[in-house]
Design a protein around this ligand. Structure first.
Ligand SMILES: Nc1ncnc2c1ncn2[C@@H]1O[C@H](COP(=O)(O)OP(=O)(O)OP(=O)(O)O)[C@@H](O)[C@H]1O
Length: 559
């Protein structure tokens, strides 16, 4: 191979590389062992990119900007005199900082007296810049030694790569911490503002963690401020039901590290693990005085006769344990629901659209308008009833008229998403009625009571749940001036202030219990705007990736 003088200018490097490639290419032709692999390596795009980066750096070194003056701040007085703003003075001062290369943090000198077992210790200096350290400590109660308990993902300590869980801390800012309480150690480190120096004995064998990516939907609320058992309140992360969390570390069986998807913080926070949260919830549940089951206190029964759903929940015989998704039971079972990103394939069945909201908010109005907008695309599900058909009604159009016996059979076989009794007749929306619409390639739009949510959230229907929320009282008064409310007695009358207050109260309860299931919230202020929002949400649900329970996609996985 021909050799060239080693020249580190970019063009020289590129020349060397192309010579080498040419040489290797010839060897490929001669069938020399390994030449093919080498050739593909040298021609790989990443090597070319690396070379480009190198070229850029070289160019920057050659053309590095030179300071205009050594001390430009001297011009400030002149600038001020001429009426320029302090911003210009600040610019000049920044110029000087760069010109004098005065931007490196000033670190304290490394102590001269190093202990004999010097190899075992490490001095770590971190520039805090008002950020939290991103590590927690613990004390060995027998020896009094202080250890790094955990390093928070994305925090200062982790980014430095110098502190690890299990490292023994000997000194902080020159203070020996052996025998100190963790709170005292925190006090010492809290006192330092610029830099902080640790003397540590690094852990000898750092465990290797193969963390898999895990995303969950919180099914409960959590606040570190209200949890006396959290190892470090400041490192804790609060979350609300419905938040999507990325679990970044499950090393500790009790305290996980997580990031909130909606937040743009690079730093993770501590949250209780599933098992710990379950334990806390059980303890809390047992500590509460007896209250009637929340499932029997469903807020805001609807007044309209949509399926007569308002109807006595007591007659629906729904088993709370299997069906009620409210916070009182299902979150006790599972405080986190594993979720995955799901994008419906254009050839797959559409996702079921389910609307819910407090009575009178306009769920039915919005549903009706959506279907009217394009009946070829949107359709409701035909309900079943045991009542006799009226003159104008047709089987399969208004209702599927059925005998009490076959209705009971359907209940027994779990074929209803929801059902209830009104004036001695049974009414219900069946899974098959929904599937019939979906199988015809249409988007099925139904409105439901919160009790039905669990039965909609299945692999089969993949319901997208839209919560219709009332706007402020003020806005309700102005937007509903011309509207009529349907009362329990089928009387239409104008809305009163009490109706709005009742609606807001029902909304508050519904949100506090079921928020975790809402895929979208629409505030129904101006009807026209709400319709547009609904249409957009429905389109997004069908065409854009959404978070759905992992069990829908991997039906065998535990959700
Ligand atoms: N944004 C809005 N602005 C003005 N009027 C509205 C708006 N939304 C709904 N309405 C009117 O409010 C009344 C109640 O609406 P709707 O029947 O849809 O309520 P609902 O949520 O289905 O509750 P219920 O089941 O108890 O009837 C209707 O007269 C409807 O036209």
């Amino acid at each position: 191979m021909q050799t060239k003088p080693l020249c580190f200018c970019a063009a020289g490097l590129r020349q060397i590389l192309s010579d080498v490639i040419e040489e290797v290419r010839r060897s490929v032709g001669q069938d020399i062992d390994g030449a093919e692999v080498l050739h593909s390596l040298l021609t790989s795009s990443w090597l070319q990119s690396l070379l480009k980066v190198y070229e850029c750096l070289q160019r920057h070194l050659r053309e590095s900007p030179a300071p205009v003056l050594d001390y430009a701040s001297g011009m400030s007085l002149q600038v001020l005199f001429n009426g320029f703003t302090p911003c210009v003075c600040a610019l000049l001062s920044a110029h000087d900082t760069v010109a004098q290369k005065d931007y490196d943090p000033v670190l304290p000198p490394i102590p001269e007296e190093l202990p004999e077992d010097e190899e075992a210790t490490r001095i770590v200096c971190l520039v805090k810049n008002n950020q939290p350290l991103g590590a927690t400590i613990k004390r060995n109660e027998i020896t009094g030694e202080i250890f790094v308990a955990r390093v928070i993902h994305g925090g200062l300590a982790e980014r430095s790569g110098l502190l690890h869980a299990g490292d023994r801390v000997i000194e902080v800012n020159g203070f020996c911490v052996d025998g100190m309480e963790p709170e005292q150690v925190i006090q010492v480190q809290a006192c330092s503002h610029g830099t902080i120096m640790f003397k540590v004995i690094p852990i000898t064998e750092r465990p290797v963690h193969n963390q898999t990516m895990l995303y969950v939907r919180a099914m409960t609320d959590y606040s570190p401020q209200q949890d006396p058992s959290i190892p470090c309140v400041d490192a804790g992360m609060s979350f609300r039901r419905g938040d999507i969390l990325e679990i970044v570390d499950q090393t500790d069986t009790l305290w996980w590290q997580a990031k909130k998807l909606q937040s743009n913080s690079a730093c993770a926070g501590l949250i209780p693990s599933t098992n710990l949260l379950k334990r806390k919830q059980r303890e809390f549940w047992w500590s509460q005085p007896y209250q009637p089951h929340a499932c029997t206190q469903t807020p805001g029964f609807r007044r309209s006769m949509r399926l007569c759903r308002r109807r006595s929940v007591s007659t629906t015989q729904l088993s709370c344990h299997t069906r009620c998704p409210s916070s009182c039971c299902s979150s006790l079972n599972n405080p986190f629901e594993e979720v995955v990103r799901y994008q419906r394939h254009p050839e797959d069945m559409h996702r079921l659209i389910a609307l819910l909201g407090p009575s009178g908010v306009g769920v039915n109005e919005l549903r009706r308008r959506l279907i009217e907008m394009n009946p070829n695309i949107f359709q409701g599900a035909v309900p079943h009833t045991t009542r006799a058909p009226r003159g104008y009604e047709e089987f399969g159009r208004e209702y599927y008229f059925t005998s009490r016996e076959s209705f009971d059979n359907m209940i027994y076989n779990n074929r209803f998403l929801e059902y209830g009794e009104y004036k001695g007749s049974l009414y219900g929306t069946s899974v098959d009625a929904v599937k019939e619409v979906l199988n015809n390639g249409k988007i099925c739009v139904i409105d439901v009571e919160p009790n039905a949510l669990q039965s909609l959230r299945t692999h089969e229907l993949k319901a997208f749940i839209i919560y219709v929320k009332p706007p402020s009282l003020e806005c309700l008064r102005t937007t509903r001036k011309e509207s009529y409310i349907t009362t329990n007695y089928y009387v239409n009358r104008p809305f009163k202030d009490e109706d709005f207050q009742e609606m807001e109260e029902a909304a508050r309860k519904m949100e506090s219990q079921y928020r975790q299931y809402f895929d979208q919230v629409i505030i129904n202020d101006e009807l026209q705007d709400s319709c547009v929002q609904l249409l957009t949400a429905v389109r997004r649900s069908q065409d854009e990736p959404q978070w759905v329970p992992a069990s829908w996609i991997r039906p065998t996985a535990e959700s």
